[in-house]
Design a protein around this ligand. Sequence first.
Ligand SMILES: *[C@@H]1O[C@H](CO)[C@@H](O)[C@H](O)[C@H]1NC(C)=O
Ligand SMILES: *[C@@H]1O[C@H](CO)[C@@H](O)[C@H](O)[C@H]1NC(C)=O
Ligand SMILES: *[C@@H]1O[C@H](CO)[C@@H](O)[C@H](O)[C@H]1NC(C)=O
Ligand SMILES: [Cu+2]
Length: 530
Amino acid sequence: MVVFTPAFKLLSLFAFFTPALSADVYYNFDIVNANIAPDGFTRAAVLVNGVFPGTLIQATRNDVLHITVNNLLTNPNMRRSTSIHWHGLFQGRTASEDGAAMVTQCPIAPGHSYTYDIPLNGQSGTHWYHSHLSSQYVDGLRGAIVIYDPTDPHLALYDDDNANTVIQLGDWYHLAAPGIQDNYLTNTHDEPVPDSGTINGVGRYDGGPAVPWTRINVVAGRKYRLRIINISAYGSFEFSIENHQLTIIEADGVNHQPRTVDGFHIYAGQRYSAVLHANKAVRNYWIRAPMEVKNDSDNDNLDDELIYGVLHYDGAPSANPTTRADRDPDNVLNEYQLVPLENPGPPGGSGPADRVINLSYDRTTSGGVTQWRFNNKAYHSPNIPTLLKILSGATVDSDFTASEHTITINHNDIVELHLSGSANGHDHPFHLHGHAFDVIKGSSGPANYVNPPRRDVFAIRGGTGIIRFRADNPGPWFLHCHIDWHLEAGLAVVFAEAPADQRTGPQAQIIKSEWLDLCPIYDALPPALQ
Ligand SMILES: *[C@@H]1O[C@H](CO)[C@@H](O)[C@H](O)[C@H]1NC(C)=O
Ligand SMILES: *[C@@H]1O[C@H](CO)[C@@H](O)[C@H](O)[C@H]1NC(C)=O
Ligand SMILES: *[C@@H]1O[C@H](CO)[C@@H](O)[C@H](O)[C@H]1NC(C)=O
Ligand SMILES: [Cu+2]
């Protein structure tokens, strides 16, 4: 490993990473407790700079992000420490900046600051960030990241792509996450159902006030790149816009061949860019994102159809559409039909993988506590972050405890994961950190070794899903269900990818002294502040 002192940290990042034409992009995130009412119900939340969703991060593909997180949390009903994951960013050599608590760092203590330094190394696309400490993101710490690409091959397909065309779909709870998580794990064993769904932080609940729907403004004749992100903790949505078709060009940061649909399903953690041509009559149209949860009868507040926004054409009256707002897309995206624009085909083509790993998931209860497991093991966060263990010499599976369910993989191996289990009424959106993967097979249907979709979250409902990636990014990478309640119940493994190459050589992790300081500070905290 390479340890830098703060004095020449920035210089070193430049020297290692930055090709010409890159800029340093600075953001300041004050993480605060404040009252908000996205759906008209006021509650305390955990927020970035006081807003939900949090401050939008915008950068260009070769930039270096520097995001200073100042932990100002004080509310004892929610977690007081914090740790932020930049979902979708590959973090080559900067696994320490991935933000997964107790995988790649100790959390940031209240009253302390930490700056995430992230060279984008040419990566672009639609991503997002969220707390990756327990269920803290459910309490509000989530927002979007857009990395623009001046050489985007799809550039000719749209005119507008900016902060106003980002659409964040989220779910929202009226109670604080630690309490509902505890009630779920030890009492109800039924996933907590949100009170409302939100579009760009605006929603309504049954019986609540008529909060004005969020509005996306368009000018007739123009083409818009909408970047739709599912920032929810539980619900998936079916997204469509009345009378308009959507041409999908990106999934999870990866360009795909354009595919025109009437609507699509989007699971927690997933992102799509869709081009909307504003070529219809000048008026207002419904944006619809009905939510699907396993059992909405568990919460009378949730009206899963009551999730709308308004597409407003310039020149139309400032009013809601007068049409009925049914959910009715005919031609819904089949995500398995998406084809990557560049280099289609998984590593190794249809040849055998170097390593096949079976991960079978199930649900059980142990000592009265709900567990979701891979291969009969529920993941529990260790006390020492996996990355720190690897830097100190951990190299083989037996160097890790059973409950940290860590699987070592060899450098540059073609790794194929077979994820199987019975659906139990759930779609599980599985997310891998550090990589995009080829989705060779979903729950059903034939395997595609020729040109399958490439992304970083894919959902399966029973059956066996198959994904493949090349282990070319040494680091400890979390694979977990993005239904936050399932992650908390243990549905995760960590891949310790090429441990020796994380310590020395051209892909060794770059470690800052501030990062090394995080654990001693966190470990000294009383439990209430952790
Ligand atoms: C977002 O993901 C959740 C969880 O998978 C899902 O239930 C919800 O319907 C998704 N939202 C959209 C708009 O697809
Ligand atoms: C849904 O919730 C209701 C009320 O809690 C319960 O009676 C019912 O069994 C649940 N259904 C499923 C499919 O879990
Ligand atoms: C994975 O599971 C399949 C089907 O049960 C089995 O045939 C195969 O041997 C397993 N592979 C590994 C590496 O465990
Ligand atoms: Cu799940």
